[in-house]
Design a protein around this ligand. Structure first.
Ligand code: HAM
Length: 428
C-alpha cells in the first residue's frame, strides 16, 4: 500500500463544523469592517525577508526562530508572512498610497506562518483578521479599533472579553527606560534565559515578553514611569475614549508585545478565565497598537499608523468555550429522486429553486430513496420533493410536508409556485 500522508506538523485542514465557524467569523468581520470604512487588501503570501527582519525585529522570536525563510531559485531571500502589518506598510509605500486621502484603512482575513511549538491555540499556519489605519491617527483611532474588535467578539458570542493595555512610549522617551531596564536585567541576570541574556544589550524589552523569564517582571522598572508628557496625555485620552464607549480594560505595565515596531499605546485581548495556558501565561485572542515608526524603517518618512490583529483559531476556541451556538441555515426544500429520468428533472427543478432564492438541498449522488429521506430529515428540510420513477413519467412530483408527514402530488411545472405558497403559509 502506498504511504498515507498527513498535513504538515502544526498545520490543519479546515472543513465541516470548523469551516462553518470560519465562515461565520469572516462574515461578521467583513460586515463590520465595511461599516467602519475599511477596504480589503490582499498581499502576497511571501515577502522579501527584510520586510519582516527590519520591522518585526532581528532579535524577536518571530524573526530569530519562527520564520519560514528560504532562498528562491533566483537567489532572493524570502519568508512566508508571519504577520500582516509590515507587508501592508510595504504596499502602502510601494503604491504611494500617501498621495490618497488619509488615513488609508485596510482590513484582512488570511493565513500566516510561524514555526512554533504546536499545541491547542498555537499553530504553524494560522489565520488572523486585522485592521490597519495608516497616514493619520491619534488616540481616538486606537480606541475605535479596540471598540470595533470588541464589537466583533460580542457578535461572535465571546463572553467577558478584557483588554490589557499599556503605553510603550516613543523612540525618544524609551531611551531612558531602556537604560534603566538594562541596569536591572544585568543585576538580575540569573533570572534570565540564555536568549534574553544574549538579547539584553540590543533589545532588553524582549525579557519582559519572554515566556521563560516570567519572574524577571516582579521588580522590573515600569515603562509608564519613563514616558514623556505627550505619550502620557495620548494614553490618558485613549483610556477615556474606551470608557466612553464602554470597553473594559486592565492596565498592564509590562505589556510590550512580541514585535519591535510598536510605539505608544499597545494592547491585547483576552477572554476572561484565560483557560488556555501557554507555559503558565494565558494566550491572547489578539493584539495591536500604534506603529508610527514602521514606515521609516521601510524607507519612507514617518507616518502615523495603528492597527490590530486577532487569531481566528483562538477566537473559535473562545466561541466554543462561551457556548456559542452555530445556527446552520435550514434548507427549506430537499429534492429526493429515484431513477435516471427523475434525476434529470431534479437537476432542472434545483436550478428553478435557486433562481427563486429558495434554499434547496439534495443528495443526487445517492440512489436509495430511504437514505435520501433520512438526509432530508437530518438537514431539517421543511418540504421534501419526491420524484420517483412513476412521478417522473407522469411529469408530477410529490410534495411532503416534513412536519405533518402529509403528501400531495402536483404538476412539475407548478412545483416552485406551490412550495412558495406553502412556505408562506407556514411562516404566518
Ligand atoms: P500578534 O500578537 O503576533 O500580532 O498576533 C495576533 C494574534 O494572532 C495573536 O493574539 C493570536 O491570537 C494569533 N496568533 C499569533 N500566533 C499564532 C499561532 N502560532 N497560532 C495561532 N494563533 C496565533 C500581530 O501579528 C500584529 N501584526 C498585530 C497588529 C496589527 N499590530 C498592529 N496591527
Amino acid at each position: 500500500m502506498p504511504k498515507k500522508f498527513q498535513s504538515p506538523g502544526g498545520m490543519h485542514d479546515v472543513f465541516g463544523r470548523e469551516y462553518d465557524y470560519f465562515e461565520k467569523i469572516r462574515e461578521v468581520v467583513c460586515r463590520n469592517a465595511r461599516i467602519y470604512g475599511f477596504e480589503g487588501i490582499e498581499t502576497p503570501i511571501m515577502e522579501d525577508k527584510r520586510v519582516f527582519a527590519r520591522t518585526v525585529g532581528e532579535q524577536t522570536d518571530i524573526v530569530e526562530k519562527e520564520m519560514y525563510a528560504f532562498k528562491t531559485k533566483g537567489g532572493d531571500d524570502v519568508a512566508l508572512r508571519p504577520e500582516g502589518t509590515a507587508p501592508i506598510m510595504r504596499a502602502y509605500i510601494e503604491h504611494s498610497l500617501y498621495t490618497k486621502p488619509q488615513p488609508v484603512k485596510f482590513f484582512y482575513f488570511k493565513p500566516f506562518f510561524r514555526y512554533e511549538r504546536s499545541q491547542a491555540g498555537r499553530y504553524r499556519q494560522f489565520w488572523q483578521f486585522g485592521f490597519e489605519v495608516i497616514g493619520k491617527g491619534g488616540p481616538v483611532v486606537d480606541a475605535q479599533i479596540i471598540k470595533l474588535i470588541h464589537n466583533i467578539f460580542k457578535e461572535l458570542g465571546v463572553k467577558n472579553v478584557m483588554v490589557e493595555i499599556n503605553n510603550m512610549g516613543d523612540e525618544k522617551c524609551r531611551e531612558d527606560f531602556h537604560a534603566a531596564l538594562k541596569k536591572y536585567l544585568k543585576k538580575e541576570s540569573n533570572l534570565l534565559c540564555a536568549d534574553c541574556k544574549r538579547r539584553m544589550k540590543k533589545n532588553p524589552l524582549r525579557a519582559l515578553d519572554c515566556k521563560k523569564c516570567v519572574k524577571i517582571k516582579e521588580n522590573a522598572p515600569q515603562i509608564l514611569d519613563y514616558i514623556c508628557k505627550k505619550c502620557k496625555e495620548d494614553f490618558k485620552r485613549t483610556l477615556e475614549f474606551l470608557e466612553e464607549v464602554g470597553v473594559p480594560y486592565d492596565l498592564n505595565p509590562f505589556l510590550i508585545r512580541g514585535l519591535d515596531y510598536y510605539t505608544g499605546t499597545v494592547y491585547e485581548f483576552f477572554a476572561s478565565g484565560k483557560e488556555e495556558e501557554d507555559e503558565g501565561a494565558p494566550l491572547a485572542l489578539g493584539g495591536g497598537g500604534r506603529y508610527d515608526g514602521l514606515s521609516e524603517v521601510l524607507g519612507d518618512e514617518a507616518r502615523p499608523a495603528t492597527g490590530a490583529a486577532v487569531g481566528v483559531e483562538r477566537t473559535i476556541l473562545a466561541m466554543k468555550e462561551s457556548g456559542f451556538k452555530m445556527e446552520k441555515e435550514r434548507p427549506q426544500v430537499f429534492i429526493a429522486q429515484l431513477g435516471d429520468l427523475a434525476k434529470k428533472k431534479s437537476l432542472t427543478l434545483f436550478e428553478e429553486f435557486k433562481n427563486n432564492n429558495i434554499p434547496v438541498s439534495e443528495s443526487f449522488a445517492q440512489d436509495s430513496l430511504k437514505s435520501q429521506m433520512a438526509r432530508a430529515g437530518k438537514l431539517g428540510a421543511t418540504i421534501t420533493i419526491i420524484i420517483g420513477k412513476e412521478e417522473a413519467a407522469e411529469d408530477m412530483v410529490i410534495l411532503r410536508d416534513m412536519d405533518s408527514g402529509q403528501q400531495e402530488k402536483v404538476q412539475t411545472s407548478e412545483t416552485v409556485k406551490e412550495v412558495k405558497k406553502r412556505l408562506k403559509e407556514k411562516k404566518n
